[in-house]
Write a protein that binds this ligand. Sequence first.
Ligand SMILES: C[S@@+](CC[C@H](N)C(=O)[O-])C[C@H]1O[C@@H](n2cnc3c(N)ncnc32)[C@H](O)[C@@H]1O
Length: 243
Amino acid sequence: MRCAILTLFPAAIRPYLDESILGIAQAQGNLRVDLVDFRNYALDPHRTVDDRPFGGGPGMVLKPEPIFAAVEDLERAHGAFHKVLLCPRGRTFDQRKARELSRSERLLFLCGRYEGYDERIRQGFAWEEISLGDFVLAGGELAAMVVLEAAVRLIPGVLGCAQSAELESFEGELLDYPQYTRPREFRGMAAPDILMSGDHAAVARWRHEQAKVLTAKKLAAAPTNPQPTSNPRPTGRGQSQDP
Ligand SMILES: C[S@@+](CC[C@H](N)C(=O)[O-])C[C@H]1O[C@@H](n2cnc3c(N)ncnc32)[C@H](O)[C@@H]1O
């Protein structure tokens, strides 16, 4: 997979990309990442990427020109990307989407900042809009890392043991079962005897039962659809709180 990440903070995510699964996938040749600072595509000497919103309101909005230029440059060089726009208004990310994205040949992430994107950035390209959940981050970088890591670990050959991805939570209908390792007893807490019984069928039955219990508990605790808070949206001009 070739991945391009458009961000104003490449240095913040480079170390994470180079560690663990994402680092391994790059070393294997299963992943190639281009970190693109779209400030480099700004048109003015001050390298401006944001401006005040038309109509007033708090904060700053990402301008369209640098982002259009960066995306077009990447697509000219490498061909069309599947383009992901990280934003709270997108569809909530899940394992099914991770599996789907893991099959992409070229994947591009746009990480927003400040108050988000000029709407024409949305209109100008065929984005898939993805959210991590009903909360607001200061930027899309962490969201890009989450989505990329979840997808890349599903690329065949990236994980040492392919079965570990197949048996995980959200791959079937059940969550993962509880796991134990040595020591057998720790601070008065013992690993279940059945796991040491050597009876593989009994172990499988126990795990299945435990997974059912954990899944039922999680479903029972699941929140209903999120309600907007009652805070009115300010319309006056102010300073962005998010760098
Ligand atoms: C401060 S947020 C902008 C929030 C926007 N004004 C709103 O109210 O929806 C800046 C950027 O962080 C990223 N972001 C924030 N929350 C996110 C979430 N839940 N999922 C994915 N990206 C998010 C997006 O890239 C967004 O453009």
